[in-house]
Design a protein around this ligand. Structure first.
Ligand code: SF4
Length: 403
């Protein structure tokens, strides 16, 4: 009988950017171009080292994220992808994504080289079509460069292009946000992500937070609900809180994160959930290179998490998706009753915050997604009360089977 291989996603972090954006909390370094070649050697060595652990897996998604992967240039990106192809079994229809900034993705010949090497999806950080909004958060590209990058991707025959947008930018209004949405849809991408701006402590934008007018919670909520219905009408179905796609173009890699599927990450700051262990490498480029190339210690955090202990995580992540939380799957995976959640879910349904599909799978509505942190918090409280009840019952001996 043919051996069944398990699916695996690979995430490769590229921690380089031409300039740091004012709101950015990702691990990315400006002015570190001098380390790019050594970094490519380090990740290639690390990919080869981890590969034997993935011998029973088939890689069906590869995601180059950052940072700015396109800033690395086609030669280095090709070298990294060929390390993946050399050391891992890749499925024929693997989704291979390149995150790109519009200012470093306008050369269609470079994109054609990458497409021919195997990349088949490009995710462009558009963020806004309004120049003033882009400048206010330190983005170095223009909207014209977004248009040029999409044209270049099409000319290079990419059939799967995604655009990222941000709502809640400094001085952004409902009108300017809807103009950005219209401009994004006019570029005819297959996928759009729409994230609310978060002011992360320690970023320049956080420090300057009193010097600009930021969208308050109500305006952000209006922008979000507007985006959901506008994109829906334009043919982009919502499949996760912040993600919308034409049919068949949902990000298969990102879906892995929300469904507890396995993925292995490479690079400083990259996370993995692989072989029942969750681990992440420290945000330290030099330590990572030293560990991968010279046998030094690669600083990391590790957590052993057998599948049956992941009920909390499963609940939180599946409820981010429009597919939602299926009672039978939950009961089978965690040997726990779903009933304690029902009163809450039915209340959310009555309030228009949740709905159930014909197979009784529960999911949040767009209004529910807006307050999902609160709703999930309440569901997690119900889960821990149920666990306590079971613990007390076991302690009393209620569950002892007498023969
Ligand atoms: S391009 Fe992306 S990763 Fe780089 S600084 Fe800007 S937000 Fe951060």
């Amino acid at each position: 009988m043919k051996e069944q291989k398990m699916p695996l996603g690979l995430y490769i972090h590229i921690p380089f950017c031409a300039q740091k954006c004012a709101y950015c909390d990702f691990y990315s370094l400006p002015h570190a171009e001098g380390k790019m070649d050594e970094y490519v050697r380090a990740v290639s060595a690390h990919l080869a080292e981890v590969a034997p652990r993935a011998a029973q897996h088939i890689v069906d998604t590869v995601y180059f994220g950052g940072g700015t992967p396109s800033y690395l240039g086609p030669k280095r990106l090709k070298a990294l992808l060929s390390s993946v192809q050399k050391h891992y079994v890749l499925s024929k229809d693997a989704e291979i994504t390149l995150e790109a900034n519009p200012d470093s993705a306008g050369d269609w010949r470079a994109l054609r080289t990458l497409r021919r090497a195997g990349f088949n999806r490009i995710s462009l950080g558009m963020q806004s079509s309004i120049e003033g909004e882009l400048r206010a958060v330190g983005r170095i590209h223009t909207f014209e460069q977004v248009r040029a990058a999409v044209d270049a991707a099409r000319k290079a025959k990419f059939k799967n292009v995604s655009l990222d947008l941000i709502y809640g930018l400094p001085e952004q209004t409902m009108e300017s946000f809807s103009a950005s949405l219209r401009a994004a849809v006019a570029l005819e991408p297959e996928h759009i992500s729409c994230y609310g701006l978060k002011l992360e402590e320690g970023t320049p934008l956080y420090t300057a937070r009193n010097t600009f007018s930021a969208a308050d919670d109500d305006l952000q909520a209006d922008m979000y609900l507007f985006a959901v219905s506008f994109l829906q009408e334009a043919g982009f179905a919502q499949y996760e809180i912040s993600n919308f796609a034409r049919p068949g173009f949902e990000s298969r890699h990102n879906l892995k994160y929300w469904t507890l599927s396995e993925y292995a990450g490479f690079g400083p700051g990259a996370h993995s959930d692989f072989g029942g262990v969750r681990y992440s490498f420290d945000r330290d480029l030099d330590a990572y290179i030293n560990g991968a190339l010279r046998g030094g210690q690669m600083p990391m955090e590790c957590e052993d998490l057998p599948a049956w202990t992941r009920d909390t995580e499963y609940l939180m992540l599946t409820l981010r998706t429009v597919r939602g939380l299926n009672p039978r799957a939950f009961e089978n995976m965690f040997r726990q009753r779903f009933a304690p959640f029902l009163p809450l879910l039915e209340r959310y349904e009555a309030l228009g915050l949740a709905a159930r599909s014909t197979d009784n799978t529960w999911h949040f509505t767009p209004r529910g997604f807006l307050v999902s942190n609160t709703l999930i918090g309440e569901l997690l409280d119900a889960l821990s009360s149920e666990k306590q009840r079971r613990f007390d019952a076991t302690a009393r001996g209620d569950y002892i089977v007498r023969t």
